[in-house]
Design a protein around this ligand. Structure first.
Ligand SMILES: C[S@@+](CC[C@H](N)C(=O)[O-])C[C@H]1O[C@@H](n2cnc3c(N)ncnc32)[C@H](O)[C@@H]1O
Length: 252
């Protein structure tokens, strides 16, 4: 497969557009919109995602732009191309929504979730791309670690169990040095899982401690944790060591 990325931004009143042949977080985070094309021998998917880079330091925070884990996870899902037709999926911490929208383009019914401040940009991107979707994307506020979130997750699961949970770059330490609780994230995943649910999670291995907290926390929450060897399946531009991909299945 191939992934083509075009970044657009305004600079001194001039609209600039560049394609990029490698992951470049700083260039991505300066852009107002990101165009992506996923191409294989027999399929191609195009998405345009609006970003809000000026909101990075405000309430919308890190959800206002795309992160490298989202490029990697969406490419992996495209490359694996099991049938997602009709599959009920949920994305946690969607941000601007790349992973969930890619799944919706491939036929999945996707509930895309994040903190309330991020929902407007997510809804805008769903509106902008829904014409390309064979499935159904929808946005919903769901915030791990706040009162009522586990009950909300249980209600979503009761409506219809999820086959797939996805999350990119939701395991990290924020600017003030407090991780958005990995344990709360894992507890939410556990409530969303049935014995047939698979969770695919990418994150930047920013430190050994972070990785260990995730792996230990997932095991303690009742998950079987498997690190996937995904790099060979991806285009060279996405074969980066700092993004790790894990599969979780609930075994307790
Ligand atoms: C680094 S961004 C990744 C965004 C997107 N998944 C991507 O890879 O481009 C982390 C995301 O997790 C969301 N997030 C952080 N803490 C959260 C919480 N407690 N509940 C729900 N979402 C949260 C942020 O709002 C943000 O969208």
């Amino acid at each position: 497969m191939q992934m083509r990325i075009r970044l657009s931004r305004w600079e001194d009143g001039v609209h600039k557009e560049d394609s990029t042949a490698r992951l470049d977080r700083w260039a991505t985070h300066e852009s107002d919109s990101v165009d992506l094309e996923f191409v294989s021998k027999d399929a191609s998917i195009t998405l345009r995602l609006q970003q809000q880079p000026h909101m990075l330091a405000r309430d919308m925070g890190v959800g206002s732009v795309l992160w490298d884990g989202a490029f990697v996870l969406s490419a992996y899902l495209f490359e694996m191309r099991k049938s997602y037709q009709g599959l009920r999926c949920i994305e946690l911490g969607s941000g601007v929504g790349l992973v969930g929208l890619l799944l919706a383009c491939m036929g999945a019914q996707v509930v895309m979730t994040d903190r309330p401040a991020v929902i407007p940009v997510l809804q805008g991107n769903i509106r902008q791309n829904c014409a390309h979707c064979a499935g159904t994307p929808e946005a919903q506020s769901l915030q791990w670690g706040v009162p009522g979130c586990l009950e909300q997750a249980a209600a979503l699961t009761r409506q219809q169990p999820f086959g797939l949970i996805v999350a990119s770059d939701c395991i990290y330490i924020d600017q003030v040095g407090q991780a958005p609780s990995t344990q709360h994230f894992l507890e939410l995943c556990a409530v969303l899982c049935s014995k047939h649910t698979r969770a695919l999670i990418t994150f930047e291995a920013r430190s050994d401690e972070l990785r260990q907290a995730f792996v230990d926390g997932a095991s303690a929450t009742g998950f079987q944790v498997c690190r996937l060897d995904h790099q060979d399946r991806l285009p060279v531009m996405l074969q980066v060591d700092y993004i790790e991909l894990y599969e979780l299945r609930l075994i307790r």
